[in-house]
Design a protein around this ligand. Structure first.
Ligand SMILES: Cc1ncc(COP(=O)(O)O)c(C=O)c1O
Length: 390
């Protein structure tokens, strides 16, 4: 019996070696990775730049010092994040939920500074923001919340892509101080916000002086062909929580603020022992520099088109997403496809019961993208045929 707590339904496979977008299991079987550890391994596996930078960092002996001292790589990472986001201040933490906790705290403090006694944040149906008490309360999934009541108060839920619902809240609720949205919902099933909707939401935020929080933990950092999804819509949010792909596999998160959220946190308002430590910051600087220098934004857009185009050949199946964030909705629950794909040497995920989710490393080539399609198409066809015959 394993002593690992039973919180995940795991597949009985262990990956022990990786190179590029390829993984090998304990028996030496080779797999094409179209999941990147759920949007984490941005640079794939064993990228020489990351391996060498991390090795140098470890050999220096200084992988952690605490935030009581200056951390030069943290300053470098913050400079780069300010440049690519267009925002001003970066708080480093260790995960996506922590980035969102920081965002929620910024919003509440901003609300209090505006004289709101019990600030509220508008959140979306089917959203996923994490599993701490505040972030699971912001999450729009009963499955995630059940058993953990009482939930944290101060969230008002509306459907995604419905501006009228937000307008109605703005007319009746004087306690709202922010809107929090995943521009492309990941766990919820690759649900894409219309760019017009995001722009409309931003306009309401401007009018009401609310913060716009763009949770780009899963969809951000180049995956959609631009650094961030809000850049497709052409405006600046006030708060951007990040994690997952930021360190290419080294745990790290960041909450980046600008606009109305700038200067809200003062010394003593927030902290993290590990957040922004030299090991994680070396991973961030190297990941961001490599994305830029290897042209991985353009590549994500191109390879994404190859994969989405290839999968669109299937009748009766909806293919959604942008760049290398792709969802394929099947008519029936399709969790069994994860195992079928592993048997075919392909790593995928299924979310929201019936959405095949692909989040490959950004280093994937067009030929490898075609190989994903070649391995996945027959599996989806066989699944649909089996269900039609049942
Ligand atoms: C959009 C989004 N926000 C937040 C989180 C939480 O991140 P973490 O699991 O690192 O706490 C996730 C994780 O899936 C996510 O997809």
């Amino acid at each position: 019996m394993s002593h690992v707590m039973n919180t995940y339904a795991r597949q009985p496979v262990a990956f022990v070696r990786g190179e590029g977008v390829w993984l090998w299991d304990e028996a030496g079987r080779k797999y094409l990775d179209a999941l990147a550890g759920i949007a984490v391994n941005t640079l794939g596996y064993a990228h020489p730049r990351l391996t060498q930078a991390l090795a140098r960092r470890i050999q220096s002996g200084v992988i952690h010092t605490s935030n009581l001292w200056r951390i030069p790589d943290q300053e470098a990472a913050a400079d780069r994040l300010a440049e690519i986001t267009g925002l001003d201040e970066v708080f480093f933490c260790n995960s996506g939920l922590e980035a969102n906790e920081a965002a929620i705290k910024v919003a509440r403090k901003y609300g209090h500074e505006r004289g709101i006694a019990e600030p509220a944040i508008i959140v979306m149906e089917k959203a996923f923001h994490g599993r701490s008490l505040a972030t699971l309360s912001a999450t729009g999934s009963r499955k995630v919340q059940a058993g953990f009541e009482p939930l944290v108060s101060g969230f008002v839920r509306v459907p995604l892509n419905d501006l009228d619902a937000v307008r109605q809240v703005s007319e009746h609720n004087r306690s709202v101080c922010a809107v929090m949205v995943e521009p492309i919902q990941g766990e919820g099933g690759i649900n894409v916000s219309r760019l017009e909707y995001l722009r409309g939401l931003k306009e309401i935020c401007e009018r009401q002086q609310w913060l716009f929080i763009s949770d780009e933990v899963q969809c951000g950092l180049g995956r959609t062909g631009k650094w961030f999804v809000y850049q497709h819509a052409g405006f600046l949010p006030d708060v951007v929580p990040l994690a997952k792909g930021l360190g290419s596999g080294v745990p790290v998160g960041a909450c980046i603020v600008g606009g109305r959220a700038r200067g809200v946190f003062k010394p003593g308002n927030h902290g993290s022992t590990f957040g922004g430590n030299p090991l994680a910051m070396t991973a961030v600087v190297t990941t961001l520099d490599t994305i830029k220098e290897e042209g991985l934004l353009a590549r994500a857009a191109r390879v994404g088109e190859v994969i989405r185009g290839g999968l669109a050949a299937l009748d009766g199946i909806e293919v959604r997403g942008m760049g290398l964030m792709i969802g394929v909705e099947t008519r029936q629950p399709c969790g069994e496809l994860v195992k079928a794909a592993l048997d075919a040497g392909l790593v995928i995920n299924v979310t929201a019961d019936n959405v095949i989710r692909l989040l490959p490393p950004l280093v994937m080539t067009e030929a490898e993208g075609r190989a994903v399609v070649d391995r996945l198409l027959p599996l989806i066809k066989a699944f649909a045929d089996k269900r039609a015959a049942a």
